[in-house]
Design a protein around this ligand. Structure first.
Ligand SMILES: Cc1cc2nc3c(=O)[nH]c(=O)nc-3n(C[C@H](O)[C@H](O)[C@H](O)COP(=O)(O)OP(=O)(O)OC[C@H]3O[C@@H](n4cnc5c(N)ncnc54)[C@H](O)[C@@H]3O)c2cc1C
Length: 369
């Protein structure tokens, strides 16, 4: 049974949730191995900026003993929002950094680097894609790798994101399209090369809403602005529009047509990106996603509760990782620890996913706001 003193623990996925879990386990002297599909930490750019909330992401970093190092890297001034009018770019609402509930911003790559540096060398086995898991009759779990090999563990933690290969052991749920696509673009050295845009965005984030379309732009570190052109549209919107997504000029022309009537300072985002366009269809799990406990396997982060990207996903993934690790340290039986974790994490996630679905409706309203 999986009540052994030194359980063999595998985490699938070296994202923010999996790494937080590994770090907290190691802080308490527990052995853990992380299996990651990518070939190295530098295999792909990690994406934009994240604001870490006091009660979730920051709480997880405190549990990991990394809060001071986080604050040394974070941008407190980035916790600033402004909403502009689409026709004039005039400010409609503005919110500065809050003294009582600070949410400093950090680049996702910096945060992942901080977590990776904090764990023992060799913990992450790179280039080890997992293809599935099989819970075994004795309460342990078999991890199946894409290269055809297998290894048994007392606990397998699926921290492998939206398209988790661990999730099918627990639930039949499959992510569905939200009806919203983000088209991502970026601006380098914004203060010198794109000064008007830099002024519009300020130190934090800028949001502009229209009917079924929005613009979101966020300042990252090193003078980079990342922008999302959000469309409420079918997943294959480009097929219907006769556009090849690889044809940057065609995408730009189409977007400029769609954003006709928007202020030219905002249309600048469509015209002048330095990094082309990346089409990101947004998928979610059902907000009520849950499962019956299965010994030897559990999930955290997006694998458990993929929700719209309105500011909670990474925060919750990290809190899940810290909570699960702390439960494993506190309980003598692995299975009791996992049950305790799931009893807290699942209801918390349902509440957050429901709020995030509403958040997406506010971010990209179907009708003119
Ligand atoms: C555009 C956008 C903006 C966002 N902004 C925010 C924000 O501002 N704030 C916020 O809190 N959240 C935000 N999110 C959500 C956030 O990115 C996710 O919720 C978070 O990354 C989830 O972390 P995770 O560790 O669960 O999964 P991931 O970060 O997805 O990590 C999963 C890891 O598992 C690995 N993996 C996958 N499959 C396998 C396999 N078969 N075998 C081995 N390894 C595997 C992957 O390579 C990856 O390293 C945003 C998301 C998007 C798309």
């Amino acid at each position: 049974m999986n009540s052994v003193r030194d359980p063999r623990i595998a985490i699938v996925g070296a994202g923010l949730g999996g790494l937080t879990c590994a770090r907290v386990l190691q802080q308490h002297g527990r052995a853990v191995t992380v299996f990651e599909r990518e070939a190295s930490a530098a295999a792909r750019p990690q994406g934009g900026t994240l604001d870490l909330h006091a009660d979730t992401g920051q709480a997880a970093l405190r549990a990991a003993g990394l809060l001071d190092r986080f604050h040394a890297l974070a941008r407190p001034e980035g916790d600033e929002w402004r909403v502009l009018d689409f026709a004039t770019a005039a400010p409609l609402a503005q919110q500065g950094p809050s003294a009582s509930d600070t949410r400093p911003e950090i680049d996702r790559g910096q945060l992942r680097g901080l977590l990776l540096d904090s764990i023992t060398g060799g913990t992450v086995r790179w280039d080890r894609a997992v293809s599935g898991v099989t819970p075994l009759a004795d309460g342990t779990c078999r991890l199946l790798f894409a290269d055809g090999t297998a290894e048994d563990f007392d606990l397998v933690i699926g921290a492998d994101g939206a398209w988790s290969r661990v999730r099918p052991a627990l639930s039949h749920a499959v992510p569905g399209y939200t009806g919203v696509t983000f088209i991502e673009t970026g601006f380098d050295h914004c203060d010198t090369r794109h000064p008007d845009l830099a002024r519009l965005v300020g130190n934090g984030s800028m949001l502009v809403k229209g009917a079924g379309m929005s613009l979101v732009a966020q300042r990252n570190s090193n003078g980079h602005i990342r922008a999302y052109i959000a469309l409420r549209a079918p997943q294959d919107w480009h097929v219907a529009a006769g556009i090849d997504l690889g044809d940057e000029r065609a995408v730009r022309r189409h977007l400029l047509m769609m954003f006709d009537g928007w202020d030219e300072s905002l249309r600048y985002i469509l015209r002048n990106g330095d990094n082309g366009f990346v089409n990101r269809s947004l998928f979610v799990l059902p907000a009520s996603h849950t499962w019956e406990h299965v010994p030897g396997v559990t999930l955290l982060g997006d694998a458990a509760h993929l929700m719209p990207p309105v500011g909670l996903g990474a925060n919750l993934a990290m809190l899940d990782g810290a909570d699960l690790a702390r439960a494993l340290v506190a309980e003598s039986r692995t299975d009791d620890a996992v049950r305790a974790y799931e009893s807290v994490m699942l209801p918390r996630s349902i509440e957050a996913a429901t709020a995030s679905a509403q958040g997406l409706d506010h971010l990209v309203p179907a009708i003119a706001p």
